[in-house]
Design a protein. Structure first.
Length: 410
């Protein structure tokens, strides 16, 4: 007698027929053929009743865990009190969030432009740098991943870049951590130097603090803007509010990603000082986002900031991140054929499996042992672990048990 298809299988079958069969096949190969159902804190349940520690976290969206109750309550209240708002009009909600962000961000990053997704927020940063400086040149480091939109796509390292050619012109890519190469690339026509302080998708490489501070001085001396994308490293993930604070510097432009809305409502922000806002003053309405900074989103983001400020999840990220990293490093010598190393900061960690094939197998085995994770989008021989910043020691231990089982199966 043929077994009845599971709830997950039936939903995946329909998805394959109506949306993308290739996506379903890829998810099955990675052990991610899971239909998300119940979500709570650090974990997610499947339609079939399975339970997993979520180490994907929407690529760092769920810093406060799945369905944070306080932020959900703010969303419910906002739906009774406001709506999307007119994107070019001023509202109390937009103004209040701007004030909160200015207080929360480091240094003189007092101004905000709202967006919906990371790529849009990064694209605005590049537009602002070009507009404010009157220069065309953009420099990024190899191994970056800024998103899927115009400037972001053009400055990210990805296999399918040529499928979207021609890309944004006047872009230069330099080696990671190479200050001499940066000095050669940043010239009179350079508008901005763009980087992630922790390259989440590229093995979680961490930029050296001295290199970052030297870059800031170099940009300042040559009139270029230093754009730091903290979509994945910011809002506490690396053990501080922002990784730039750990490096001892404040960028000219800071990209704050989707974790601002805590996975409850889509909102991002690009932060910058008053001196760059002068360009926007000369050209009002030069950049607009239909759904960026919606009034509902601004209410949700403010409540998320309440939770960030009260819970200080960066402290737990530092503590539990060290616990997770030490556990993984202990595994590495025992499984040299599989685990080659571990890198990253806080709760943004990458496990080096040596080859793409082993990384994919590791993800599949992790899923079977109760944890969900993805290979790096750039360094495909790595697997990225980025659980909730509020994860407890017991759930960290569950991840380590799953990683042990996955390593033993390689």
């Amino acid at each position: 007698m043929k077994a009845k298809p599971s709830a997950d299988d039936e939903l995946l079958r329909r998805w394959g027929e109506l949306v993308s069969g290739a996506q379903v096949r890829e998810l099955r190969a990675l052990g991610l053929d899971v239909v998300e159902a119940e979500r709570d804190g650090a974990s997610v349940g499947s339609a079939d009743g399975g339970r997993f520690i979520d180490c994907i976290s929407g690529a760092g969206v769920y810093n406060l865990g799945r369905r944070p109750a306080e932020v959900l309550a703010a969303l419910r209240a906002a739906l009774h009190e406001t709506d999307q708002g007119n994107f070019l009009l001023i509202s109390e909600e937009k103004g209040d969030l701007g004030r909160r962000l200015a207080a929360f961000a480091p240094g003189d990053l007092e101004c905000a432009m709202y967006s919906v997704v990371r790529g849009e927020a990064f694209d605005f940063a590049c537009k602002l740098a070009r507009g404010a400086t009157g220069r065309p040149g953009l420099v990024a480091v190899e191994g970056s991943w800024f998103g899927n939109t115009g400037f972001a796509l053009s400055m990210s390292e990805r296999r399918d870049r040529s499928d979207f050619a021609p890309l944004i012109p006047s872009v230069t890519i330099v080696p990671f951590g190479d200050l001499l190469a940066a000095e050669e690339a940043i010239g009179p026509q350079t508008a901005a130097f763009c980087l992630e302080l922790v390259q989440a998708e590229n093995g979680c490489r961490v930029a050296d603090a001295r290199y970052v501070r030297a870059l800031a001085r170099l940009c300042r001396e040559r009139g270029a803007q230093l754009v730091v994308d903290e979509t994945q490293s910011g809002l506490g993930r690396c053990g501080a509010r922002f990784a730039c604070e750990q490096a001892g510097m404040v960028p000219d432009v800071l990209v704050m990603g989707e974790a601002l809305g805590a996975g409850v409502f889509p909102i991002c922000a690009t932060l910058f000082p008053q001196r760059l806002a002068a360009f926007l003053d000369k050209h009002p309405l030069i950049h607009l986002s239909t759904f960026g900074g919606s009034d509902v989103g601004c209410v949700v983001a403010q409540r998320a900031l309440d939770v960030y400020e009260r819970e200080r999840p960066w402290e737990n990220a530092a503590e539990q991140g060290e616990r997770l990293k030490e556990g993984l490093l202990t595994l590495a010598p025992q499984h040299r054929k599989g685990i080659k190393g571990v890198d990253g900061a806080g709760l943004l960690l990458a496990v080096d499996l040596g080859t793409e094939r082993r990384a994919r197998a590791f993800c599949k085995a992790l899923s079977g042992a109760g944890a969900l994770a993805l290979p790096g989008a750039v360094a495909r021989h790595t697997v990225v672990l980025r659980p909730s910043l509020l994860i407890g020691a017991a759930d960290v231990e569950r991840v380590l048990v799953a990683a042990t089982a996955a390593a033993e199966g390689l």
